[in-house]
Design a protein. Structure first.
Length: 224
């Protein structure tokens, strides 16, 4: 396993077969975090050698060859993005299992996996940081999972995407403030900005879709 910050020299024999697998660091680290249920913030220090004669090594080699063959075959997985993404995730798992690293024991110890609500930490983080410009990648790191895994967990647990749920939370807090506010002293734009809703026209439309009235109508009722 070649690391970018280390100088490496490789001598190939004339009959050596080369099959190069390149995985973006961020994707591999996010996938590892999802598997072990812990944040991964540093470069994974893989050992240089990877034994392809072991059962896991042979599984990795077979998976990579299959992926390469499908990507090169007309009508293969290149034309089916969902299936291709699932196979890429499988290959990343095989890499993490076959290559020795400090995370090897955690990967093979299923008891270290969390059995609680997989998105509990993300939901708590959302509530405490509604005013911040949160991105799916940020939330995935909090939940120790990939962005794809985060979306799947939210769909499974709540039936919506994480960003839709985040927007609902922000709208709920904005409404609570408008309901108890004063039309004489409160600016709707200030309320929206305070809860991370930075586009006034979009905020008004989203608010109306959720609550059946415009923010100004909610606030106006407080004047009477």
């Amino acid at each position: 396993m070649l690391l970018p910050e280390q100088a490496s020299f490789v001598r190939w024999t004339p009959d050596a077969e080369q099959l190069v697998l390149k995985i973006p660091r961020s994707r591999l680290e996010s996938h590892l975090a999802e598997l072990i249920g812990q944040p991964v913030v540093d470069v994974v220090p893989f050992e240089l050698a990877l034994d392809l004669t072991t059962p896991r090594g042979r599984s990795l080699l077979a998976a990579v060859k299959f992926l390469a063959g499908e990507l090169a075959r007309p009508g293969g997985l290149w034309d089916v993005p969902l299936a291709r993404a699932q196979l890429e995730t499988f290959v990343m798992t095989q890499v993490l299992l076959a290559a020795r690293s400090p995370y090897a024991d955690a990967l093979t110890d299923s008891a270290q996996r969390s059995t609680g609500n997989p998105i509990a930490d993300v939901l708590d983080y959302m509530e405490r940081n509604l005013e911040k410009p949160l991105r799916p990648h940020d939330l995935a790191r909090v939940g120790c999972m990939s962005v794809r895994g985060l979306h799947a967990a939210f769909q499974r647990e709540l039936g919506v995407s994480p960003m839709v749920h985040l927007r609902r939370l922000r709208l709920d807090h904005a409404r609570a403030e408008l309901v108890h506010g004063s039309a004489r002293t409160m600016q709707i734009s200030d309320v929206a900005m305070r809860w991370g809703l930075f586009h006034p026209s979009r905020f008004a439309k989203q608010y109306q879709d959720r609550f059946g009235e415009l923010p100004s109508e909610t606030l106006r009722r407080r004047a009477y």
